[in-house]
Design a protein around this ligand. Sequence first.
Ligand code: UFG
Length: 326
Amino acid sequence: MEKTVLIMGGAGYIGSHTVKHLQEQGYSCVVADNLVYGHRQAVPEGVPFEKADLADVASLEPIFSKYDFSAVLHFAAYAYVGESVTDPQKYYQNNVAGTLNLLSVMKKHHVNKIVFSSTCATYGEPKYTPMDEKHPQNPINPYGRSKLMIEQVFADYARAYGLKYAALRYFNAAGAAQDASIGESHNPETHLIPLVLQAIKGERSCIKIFGTDYPTPDGTCLRDYIHVEDLACAHRLALEKLNDFSGYVNLGTGIKTSVKDIIAAAEKVTGKTCPVQPAPRRAGDPAELYAAAHGPAETVLGWKPRYLQIEDIIATAWKWEQNRRY
Ligand code: UFG
């Protein structure tokens, strides 16, 4: 049995699904979260919860003294691309300086393993697709830059201090737990699938399609939607590989799905019509972003996505959307 793992940001969307998965796999977990965006109800019963903020080393110290951690899974970040442009300080303070605080406390307590939420936003505008880990990294917003900076910090800490790390570059996280006990709940919500489902429910007047003139088959953006439970599983596999592996791994399915495909799939799953409104392109949205399949996620981590049909992903999101607890 592994020792205890700390899930920093474990009350957030991807963090909470990973906690659930780790708990089901017999791991002993502790969740720390500042609850700015996280939800206390998203943390499964029986998992110790500690309120802590990356900005405040004094709030992290006692947690590392109280438990004997073998590793940290670090999800605690701000992740609104648009906000990162208007308020970059918030992103560099929390995502960069906050992670440096976490690393310093880890170092002091001799915890040298970390699995980190990185993002395909570290690549910036695609030079080619599908995107592999060798794609140049030129992020086009402070959010992407904040994540890239931490990837670079990891490489230096690995050389100097023996840090073992996996930086997982997610494409578009989507869906909810199969049992609908937890799911996606952002405030404000900016992500396509929950917005489409809320429009279908009548909670929003319509979904705006940001750009219908992209050079794609149906004129709308192509993305790679990956189920949050598949992401959770990849975190556990990365954690289990950290003795032999440090590095960067894309997490996507390699399947491209357009905005119009998402709307059609949501209509099929729900049996209802989604009111849509064509709208101008959103700044910073590339036409297509999708991962190269069969990369290190498969060859190094031994991971394969289980959800390959977008309808199956949306069905879990829909079940959650109808029974939301938070
Ligand atoms: N979209 C719409 N209407 C909406 C919302 C989104 O048409 O109301 C479109 C977007 O233009 C985009 C697609 O739906 O083409 C997906 O948009 P999301 O906002 O759901 O996701 P993003 O691809 O913008 O963002 C995701 C992650 C970010 C990450 C980014 C990397 O959520 O954290 O990928 O590019 F930074």
